[in-house]
Design a protein around this ligand. Sequence first.
Ligand code: PRP
Ligand code: URA
Length: 236
Amino acid sequence: MTNSEEFKAIIEHEESLCVPYEKVSPADSTHILSWHPLIMHKITEMRKVSTDSTTFRKLAEEVTSLICGEAMQKLETEEYVIETPICKTVGRRISGKKLVVVPILRAGLGMEDAVKMVVPKSRTGHIGLYRDEETLEPHEYFFKAPKGIEEREVFVVDPMLATGGSADAAINLLKKRGCKKINFLCIIAAPQGMDLVQRKHPDVELYIGCLDRGLNKNGYIVPGLGDAGDRIFGTK
Ligand code: PRP
Ligand code: URA
């Protein structure tokens, strides 16, 4: 078999695993980052069934900091004077109210430290959601947000955007609290999740490391990487 025949057979097999879904295009508010060689390289390592939990967590953090690089390009900055060993100069710092990172529990915790590493002074909120394995509906079990979150720019993080139910529920909770500037960062998305967030929340900037082929009949992303929470915490 030549390479191209093997690749074609693999793609056909992936397609056969997916439940049918109409093709969707990214909206202006959606940013798919698979053009980035480092993001794609590291996501590919994460996908491998042979990647252990420690390596998986490290890769999730590395990918998150690369996604942050893209998602935080528009943060406001201001000039101020500093002194280098050579002379005074005018530097820049992030201005305005401190931003808030909101991991969706559990798997979002695997992205939290990477955001805190690039923006150490950010505040943190947590949203606890789990997906019912049968209905795939999200269930809320925890919500704690820092004071004044409604006046701050929010970065929600969750590695997987599958049906989009959890992302939608998390964004609704934040909007109910008055948040106006919301970004959603994920490592892998299915077309269904991207579509739902774009349709219901066109005001949310959506950053996707890689857009995958689809969802299987159990609601898992194909080819995906399996259960992100289990892989991060070694629970299966
Ligand atoms: C996973 C993932 C998302 C959700 C995505 O969490 O981290 O939160 O599923 O699926 P959806 O787009 O169809 O809602 P899960 O519910 O498995 O909980 P966990 O993070 O505690 O493992
Ligand atoms: N949640 C995961 O962790 N993985 C998927 O593929 C879908 C939802």
